[in-house]
Design a protein. Sequence first.
Length: 246
Amino acid sequence: MSLRLLTVNIHKGFSGLNRRFVLHELRDAVRRVGADVVFLQEVQGSHRHHARRWSDYPGTLHAEFMADEIWPQYAYGRNAVYPHGDHGNAVLSKFPIVAQANHDVSVQGPERRGLLHCALALPPLGRTLHVVCVHLGLREGHRRRQIERLLALIASEVPADAPLVVAGDFNDWRERAHAGLQAADLVEVHASAHGRAARSFPAGFPLLPLDRIYVRGVLGHLPLPLPRHPWARLSDHAPLAAEVRL
């Protein structure tokens, strides 16, 4: 059984410099990839000001709007809450989400970060796929502690023989996360194929390898190329895609 995966930080539905509201275009671009499981970061849950300003602003959670008609299952993990709204991570799935939990891994200061863990039933195989959508902090010290919490979550919640995907925005431009995750038998798909993680930021001219797709317990994995356009004008992060065999 092969699954197609996609991860992208959607920047709350706005273009890189917040000049345009592009959530409708983002949804179209995500759909064209044909992914079975989608990992989204910086997903707006609600925002009263935006709803008044933009005439095409959805009246539902952005995760629900993105999933509509294509992914029958979605999970939203709210990380940041403020007077006029909230945002967090989301997982869209073509397979039943049989369990979900959002883990707050914020360290200190204003940054609110989370790990959204979902268990997906795969009826053709009679197995459960575990997925974790990640958005880590901007400070290296914070990321180090958040990686430790991620590894603790995996050790306590994911069976050793279960297939696992960990994907999202690691903000790890120095690629310091690899060592800890490799110790837990997690392999980064693009680094395995090309010798280093894919550059994904800024989307218009990617220089920094901030986004990742790690896998464990799969039979095979392959990074999938994505066109530069229209993605370069839809968010500040370029997306990553991969195919895994179970």
